[in-house]
Design a protein around this ligand. Sequence first.
Ligand SMILES: [Zn+2]
Length: 692
Amino acid sequence: MKLFWTSADLLLKSAVICFALLLLPANAQDTPKRETHGINVGNMDRSQVPGDHWYLYCNGDWIKRTELPPDRAGFGVFAELGDLSDKRTSGLIDEIAKSNAAPGTGNRKIADLYNSYMDETGIQAKGLTPLQPHLKAIAAIKTKKELAFALGQTLRADVDALNNTNFHTNHLFGLWVAPGFSDSEHYAPYLMQGGLQLPDREYYVSESEHMKAVRKQYQAHVVAMLKLAAFDNADARAERIVALEHAIAEKHLSLADNEDVHKANNPWKQADFSKNAPGLDWAEYFRGAGLSRQPVFIVWQPTAFVGESALVESTPLETWKDWLAYHLIEEYSPVLTKEMDGERYAFFGKVLQGAPQQRPRWQRGVRLVNVYLGDDLGKIYAQRYFPPEAKAQAQAMVANIIAAFRKRIDALDWMAASTKAEAQAKLNTLYVGIGYPETWIDYSSYEVKPGDVFGNVWRGKMFEYDRWVKRLGQQIDRHEWSMTPQTVNAVNLPLQNALNFPAAILQPPFFDPKAPAAANYGAIGSVMGHEISHTFDTEGSTFDSKGALRNWWTEEDLKHFEQSTARLAAQYDTYKPFPDIHVNGRQTLAENIADVAGIAASNDGFHASLNGGTAPMQDGFDGDQQFFIAFGQNYASKVREAALRQQVMVDPHSPSEFRSDTVRNIDGWYKAFDVKPGQTLYLAPDERVRIW
Ligand SMILES: [Zn+2]
C-alpha cells in the first residue's frame, strides 16, 4: 500500500463508483478559520502526560469538542482538508456551469456530467429503464460459453496493486495496467482476483459474531436490491448469490498475502490459462474483454484464478446469471432511483461504516466529476490554488529530506556497500511530483451526454478501461501521476520509482508557507519522508532504481532488515482498538515502517534546514517539541466503531492513534518530552525499532 492514508471513502470501494458513499463533510465552512501558523495548541490537552497518552496530549481538546457529523464514518484532519478541496472544486464546477461552454469542450463535459447527476427528478422518472438492455443481455445468456464472454465484457481497469492500492473489484477479475515486473520500461497487464461485494474475504469466512451479523444483514440487502429491480423469487436468488460469493471468497488470498509482491510475479501466456486454471472458457473471456491478442498476463493470485475458474464450471448457469445481474444493479445503484441508492447506502454506508446519513448530493456530484473528468478539473484547480512559491518551498523540503535519507543510508553499519550503492541510485532516479502532473489526461474520446448519468458513468468506466488497454506494450511514462491535484493524499509509485504530492495536501495544517519549519517538517515533512521511505520498505526494496523487480540486497542485509521489521510487526500486534481485535502487524507493516522512517528522516531534514541556528519557540515549545506535536496532530481523528473495525480488517494503515504513537521508536521524542521508564509508551533504547 503506497497511499499515505486510506479514507473511509476508499474503504468503500466495493462501491466501484467510488464517489457514491463518500464520507464527505456536511459543511466545510463550519471549520474554524485558523489565524495562527504552526502547531495548533488549541487542539492539545496539556493535562495529559506525553509519555502516557501522546495521542491525547496532541489532540485531546480537538477530540473533546469535535462531534462526528451524521453523514460520516470518520472525521479528522484529512477529512477537513477533503472538505476544503471539495468546496473549492464545487465552486469551480459552478463557474464552469454558468459559463455555458460550447458543446464538445472539456468545460461543457464537466457541466453536463455534474448536472446529469444532480437531476434527481430525471433519474427518478427513468426508473429502471437504463438497466433494462443490460439485464436483458444477461437473461439471454444460454451457455457457459456465452457466460464467459459476458464475464469478459465486465472487465474494467478498477484495481491497482501497488500505487493507489485497491485489491477489490466486484467483477469476476480486475485489470491493472502498469510497468512490467521484468520489463519496467513497458506497460503490462496484471490480472487480479475479484467477484465479491463485501470489502474482503474475511467478511465471508470470519466466524466472529460481528461478521455473522453483518452477513445476515448483507443477505437481506441483496434480497431488497433484487426486489427493487423487479426480480421474482428474490429470497432464493439472494441465497444462491451469497453462497456463490462465499465460495469465491474461500478461493481468495488474504490482504497480507496480496501485498507480498514475491507471490505475484506469475506471467501466464494466454494460451496457458485453460491448462493452468480450467473451467472458464478463457478464449471467450478474453474476447469479451477485447484482449484476444494480448499474449501474456501477470496473474497476481494464481490460486484464486484456479478456484474462481473452476467455480464457473461447477456452479449452475442460472446462479451465475443472477450473480451478474445483481452485481450490475449494485454497481449502478448510486445513479439509479433514490430507492436503490438509499438501499445501497443503508447497507454499505450504515451497516458497514456506521454513518447514519448519506453525504449531500452536491458533494457526491463533485466526487463523480473527480472520478471521470478529474484531470480537466485538476488543471483549473492547480492554477487557482497552488502558487509557484508554495511549489518551490515544498520542493526545497523534499530535497532536504532526501539528503537526510542519503546520510542515513551511508551511516548504516549493517548494510553492505553494494546495497547502499543501489539504494543511493534509487534516490538519484526518484521522480518527485509536487502539486500537479506535467501532462494531463485527454478526455476527447469520452462522450458525456446531458441528462444521461447512467450512460455517462458507463462510458466513463469504458473510457478508462480503453485508455489503459491501448497502452499495453507501450513505453512507460515515469512522470505520469496516479492522483489528481485536488486529492488530499500522497503516493509512492514503486514501478515508476516516483512520488506524487498533490496540491490539495500541500495546505495548512500539513503545509503552510507561513508556518515555522518545525511544524511543516513535523506535519507534511513526515508525510514526504513516509513516501520516500516506501522506496526502501518491504515492497520498495524489491524494485531497483529502474523500477524492475529485482533483488538488490545481499542476503545478510535482507535478513537484518527482516529481523527489525518483524519486531515492528510484533509491536503493532499488541495494539487493540477493541478488546476482541488487535491491529495486524504484518498487514500494516509497510505503512508502519514508512511512518517510523518518515519521522526520522524529516526530523533530520528539519535540523539541516536550521543551518546551525535555533528554531523559534512557539507557545513555550521548542523546535523539536513543535516538530513532534505537528506530527501527532496529523492523526487527530474520530471514527465510528463499525468503520474502525472495517479499517483494522482491510486497511494496510494502522488506526490513527497508533500511527501517532510511533514516535516511541524515535530517540529524539524521549528527549523532547522527557519520557521516562514506567510511562505507558516508554520503550527501552534497545526495544525501539530503528530501520533507516
Ligand atoms: Zn504509505
